[in-house]
Design a protein around this ligand. Structure first.
Ligand code: GAP
Length: 515
């Protein structure tokens, strides 16, 4: 655990040192849970967006994009249920004055029981070797059975109390489980209260005539209200999807863990419209497709797990999270929800406009059902950084810090380095930059000894270094150094474009994983 905490601290400081993430308005001491992306962060973020956008809208003929406004008509949020139900249950500790999400306190307690069970299982696996039957062990080992049973009971009770809005029972659960303030150990809690997460703002010049608006807490509603616009103008037939990337805002009670939980963040959401009755089939398909997409980036299959929801949101008839093993444990990275016809029906009701599809095969009009895939761009960013930041021991006894970013996402694809700052090498290196820059983001770097420049590019995550030396002047060849293996290869300059393309191209990364 200590190691994981260290990793998290390292990720945060590395992100700052190498121009990935800065605290927002840092010169004024920052703003809680709001962050800015620096020169490398902006590139990495754009590359993640592009990887998602192209997978959705380019590899699927029946998915198109949208870019809806952040500000929407306020009735949108009445219809979607956000005004009445977009609440988190909060609890304060009377001694420490710290505020927590009551459900998260209980979930963290349940997670600890799971970790205890997993520890016992791992020990038994080691003891019994190949003969080990995990399922049988879970059912028969009294300790493991108790941990898992208690966990299940706790989560079921929490789900029931939240569904019934029984906040007194959530408080009772916290007391019965003897959950203490994680920072101080105090058990002196207030009652549990609901807190709406939407940020309000005003539209209009004078206070009297101003209209109450909200900063959107999810991008999805921009898709729902445009469903017919896109369907009709794009002549889309069901099943089809609308994808969108954009900012969302939530006044999170407990905003912590760096960019994991922010007050201003970005989502990449896709709503897939299907025939009623076919939604659960599509839901399973999208779970599988999205998991494959994540795995295509090679961050380690063991870092992902699917978690089916016990408590369903008011709009869903099935829901699961793709969780990622962040430095602070497995947490939600992406949500996949079968949202039924809740949203479109609600917008029909509140707007008085029909939001229906005429199905030429069935010869009937209906409100489509929706499968949603929703991933936080910033969380994805954090998963990429934390899975790829490594301290490596080298054969010569030295260590290096390397960010093994998937090359397709790396901010800079190649650094072009003249071995020395004279003899015409800088000019030749600059010429290579001028050739390659039309196709790739490349960077010229001539400062410091070559070894230090390699280390700097390793730390920032550049997959390839191209060194121009005296031999290059004679035979037009250069040395290509690969970040992960540190292997070096002599190649003709004319091959550089295809080498970089092979390492960094979207197709290279996606093609084994696309349907
Ligand atoms: N439209 C459905 C929706 O918004 P959600 O589970 O509330 O569902 C979807 O959010 C995703 O957005 C999450 O899986 C997470 O990756 C990201 N997300 C949600 N709240 C966030 C926050 N405060 N900071 C960063 N990312 C967040």
């Amino acid at each position: 655990m200590a190691k994981q905490e260290d990793l998290f601290k390292n990720v945060i400081s590395h992100a700052k040192e190498y121009g990935y993430i800065f605290a927002s308005s840092e010169i004024y001491d920052g703003l809680s849970a709001v962050y800015d992306y620096g020169q490398n962060g902006a590139e990495l973020k754009n590359n993640i967006k592009e990887y998602w956008w192209r997978s959705m809208t380019q590899l699927h003929q029946n998915i198109v994009g949208l870019d809806a406004a952040i500000l929407m008509h306020p009735t949108t949020w009445k219809a979607s249920g956000h005004v009445d139900a977009f609440n988190d249950p909060l609890i304060d500790n009377k001694d420490s004055k710290k505020r927590y999400r009551a459900d998260v306190l209980v979930e963290d307690h349940a997670e600890k029981l799971l970790q205890k069970a997993e520890k016992e299982i791992a020990k038994a696996k080691k003891r019994f070797g190949d003969d080990f039957d995990e399922e049988m062990y879970k059912e028969t080992n009294p300790r493991v059975k108790r941990y898992l049973g208690e966990r299940k009971e706790i989560l079921e009770r929490l789900a029931k109390s939240l569904t019934n809005e029984d906040l007194a029972d959530v408080k009772a659960l916290i007391e019965e489980l003897e959950i203490a303030d994680p920072e101080t150990g105090s058990r002196n809690w207030t009652e549990v209260r609901q807190f709406n997460l939407m940020f309000g703002t005003k539209l209009g010049a004078s206070a009297e005539s101003a209209t109450q608006l909200y900063l959107r807490p999810e991008t999805a509603q921009g898709i729902f209200v445009n469903f017919l616009n896109v369907q009709k103008t794009g002549r889309m037939k069901i099943p089809f999807g609308i994808a969108q990337i954009g900012k969302a805002f939530r006044n999170e009670i407990v905003a912590r863990q760096f960019i994991f939980r922010m007050r201003e963040f970005e989502q990449m959401e896709m709503q897939f419209f299907v025939r009623p009755g076919e939604e659960l089939e599509w839901y399973e398909k999208w779970k599988e497709t999205r998991l494959k997409w994540h795995k295509s980036l090679g961050l380690g299959e063991e870092n992902y797990r699917l978690h089916d929801h016990e408590k369903l949101a008011h709009y869903a008839n099935a829901a699961a999270d793709i969780e990622f093993d962040f430095p602070f444990g497995f947490k939600e990275l992406e949500g996949i929800h079968s949202r039924t016809d809740f949203d479109l029906k609600a917008h029909e009701e509140f707007s008085g406009k029909k939001l229906r599809f005429y199905d030429p095969e069935l010869k009937e009009n209906y409100v489509p059902y929706v499968i949603e895939t929703s991933i936080g761009l910033d969380r994805m960013f954090l998963s990429v950084l934390s899975a790829t930041l490594k301290e490596e021991e080298l054969e010569d006894g030295n260590t290096r810090t390397v960010l093994k970013l998937p090359a397709v996402l790396a901010p800079t694809k190649a650094a072009i380095l003249p071995l020395v700052k004279k003899d015409g090498l800088p000019e030749m290196a600059q010429k290579i930059v001028d050739e390659l820059k039309w196709d790739f983001k490349v960077q010229y770097d001539e400062k410091d000894a070559i070894g230090r420049r390699y280390r700097r590019q390793d730390a920032v995550g550049t997959p390839l270094c191209i060194t121009v030396d005296h031999e290059s002047l004679e035979d037009n060849s250069v040395t290509v150094r690969f970040r992960d293996s540190m292997e070096q290869k002599r190649v003709p300059i004319t091959e550089l474009e295809s080498i970089i393309r092979k390492e960094t191209d979207f197709k290279t990364w996606m093609k084994d994983f696309a349907e």
